[in-house]
Design a protein around this ligand. Structure first.
Ligand code: ACO
Ligand code: ZN
Length: 225
């Protein structure tokens, strides 16, 4: 009858049985052995990279009710540098960056946000810079467009006048399940107060390199407030 036909049609549809893993964020089909295998592989690799067991010496730069931030410098012990690299690789995979190399590896500072359940949920790579080209936001002129259309279709371009900046944010990343909880905001607040010893950087002294759409939305909000 109609009922079993309906089932057959549904089963043939793309995305039937799609499951989103709440810890690694991967979308997969629980009915598909290949998908199941790929998920378990990705899941273990990701959570392994983000697992933080704790070190004898940690450079704790901030403490919060839901976690803490540590700073890893290029000359730190191997295990610390490796963890920073593992987390950067996770972030780069999501950002679509091909190479893990940093533009100024010897001067880069990696900040990790570690949740109370010992997982790295955030990462910022900050590098000293001298100047940056400010991103200029321009609304695209579109006829009879509702405001939300304008919000979503702004063109971003860079001014041609270099301005002084002190701290380049080459990467900022927050683990999917931990987003919109102020992790990125608190990471940048901490970067501003610890990046240059003895001084507190203003938001103007930060420069974001190649922001993604998420990054732009976040940076616009962060730099406005
Ligand atoms: N859409 C709209 N507004 C946003 C978004 C978003 N996706 N993300 C942040 N905001 C705004 C909101 O106003 C938010 O406040 P609210 O939650 O009270 O509304 C405010 O920014 C503060 O957000 P946080 O919670 O501090 O940001 P979060 O911890 O979620 O991290 C980040 C933001 C880093 C962009 C995260 O979404 C992410 O890792 N995305 C994937 C990687 C990425 O694109 N990184 C930026 C690359 S650019 C670069 O690396 C230089
Ligand atoms: Zn998973």
């Amino acid at each position: 009858g109609g009922r079993s036909d309906q089932l057959i049609i549904d089963a043939g549809q793309k995305g039937f049985g799609a499951t989103t893993c709440s810890s690694c964020g991967m979308v997969y089909s629980a009915d598909n052995p290949e998908d199941l295998f790929q998920h378990s592989h990705f899941h273990l690799k990701l959570l392994g990279a983000l697992k933080f067991v704790g070190w004898k010496k940690e450079r704790v730069v901030a403490q919060f009710w839901d976690g803490k931030m540590i700073l890893v410098l290029p000359d730190d012990p191997k295990h610390a540098v490796k963890k920073a690299e593992d987390v950067r690789r996770v972030a780069d995979d999501e950002l679509g960056f091909q190479q893990v190399a940093l533009s100024r590896p010897s001067q880069s500072k990696t900040y990790l946000f570690i949740s109370t359940d010992r997982t790295v949920v955030g990462c910022v790579v900050a590098e000293p810079i001298r100047q940056a080209y400010r991103v200029v936001q321009q609304a695209v002129v579109a006829e009879a467009s509702p405001d939300d259309f304008m919000e979503r279709h702004r063109a971003w371009c860079c001014s041609t006048v270099p301005e002084p900046a002190l701290c380049g944010i080459s990467r900022i990343w927050v683990f999917g399940p931990a987003r919109r909880q102020g992790v990125a905001t608190r990471m940048l607040d901490t970067v501003r107060s610890t990046f240059v010893f003895g001084s507190h950087l203003t938001t103007e002294e930060l420069a974001f390199s190649d922001p993604t759409p998420d990054g732009k939305l976040f940076a616009t909000k962060y730099c406005d407030t």
